[in-house]
Write a protein that binds this ligand. Structure first.
Ligand SMILES: CC(C)(COP(=O)(O)OP(=O)(O)OC[C@H]1O[C@@H](n2cnc3c(N)ncnc32)[C@H](O)[C@@H]1OP(=O)(O)O)[C@@H](O)C(=O)NCCC(=O)NCCS
Length: 177
């Protein structure tokens, strides 16, 4: 994982463009990401967020090849809470790359950042995304109805969360086994 910077714009756009139809099924931003300049704008916004400690976006690499991205949408500092977003290319699915990257991200969220709560929101039909939250031991809290507009229809979002104490207990358990 590495922080996305402006010099990644062409490379990131190429990967997004090659996976457009697949990503568009569950992510709402594909139609506003049409050229490398749009990707550059997204990266600039993410860097601005990073500079004010309000989230960030990282590139996910597999053997040097950019295969996805993940990060924190924003940080609710008064409540010490954040939410995680991610995507990976169609070809890189099924190997646990995102689950493992999220675990590293959660170590950072509850370690260096000292937050108390992390959330993952998945559309009800997005089973692969729900499976990541469940694999990481998140608790399913409930449903936000019609919470996301996906181009031509609303989707319900399942809200999953994990607390710092739960994550630490899980990591301690993992290190014992
Ligand atoms: C959601 C998304 C990231 C899930 O990708 P994924 O590859 O299924 O997730 P992971 O990288 O965690 O891999 C899990 C798979 O790897 C397998 N795996 C292999 N080794 C593993 C390991 N060490 N740890 C965990 N899983 C492992 C799991 O069994 C699982 O495969 P399965 O679904 O066939 O059972 C991907 O489908 C995607 O980007 N979709 C489009 C965008 C999107 O929906 N983003 C999320 C919006 S909320």
């Amino acid at each position: 994982m590495e922080l996305l910077e402006e010099h990644h714009a062409e490379e990131l756009f190429g990967v997004v463009d090659a996976n457009r139809a697949y990503l568009r099924q569950w992510l709402p931003w594909l139609d506003t990401n049409r050229c490398a300049e749009d990707t550059r704008t997204f990266i600039r916004t993410s860097l601005q967020q990073f500079s004010v400690h309000n989230g960030f976006a990282c590139a996910l690499r597999d053997h040097g090849r950019l295969v996805g991205a993940l990060g924190l949408h924003k940080i609710d500092w008064p409540n010490r809470a954040t939410s995680i977003g991610y995507w990976v290319t169609e070809r890189a699915q099924g190997r646990g790359l995102v689950t493992r990257a999220c675990a590293v991200l959660l170590d950072h969220v509850f370690g260096e950042l000292g937050l108390n709560r992390a959330e993952i929101a998945c559309a009800t039909g997005n089973q692969r995304s729900c499976a990541i939250a469940e694999r990481l031991g998140f608790t399913r809290e409930g449903l936000r109805r019609d919470a996301e507009w996906l181009y031509d229809h609303y989707v319900d979002l399942v809200i999953y969360s994990v607390l710092a104490s739960e994550w630490r207990a899980r990591r301690a358990q993992e290190s014992r086994t």
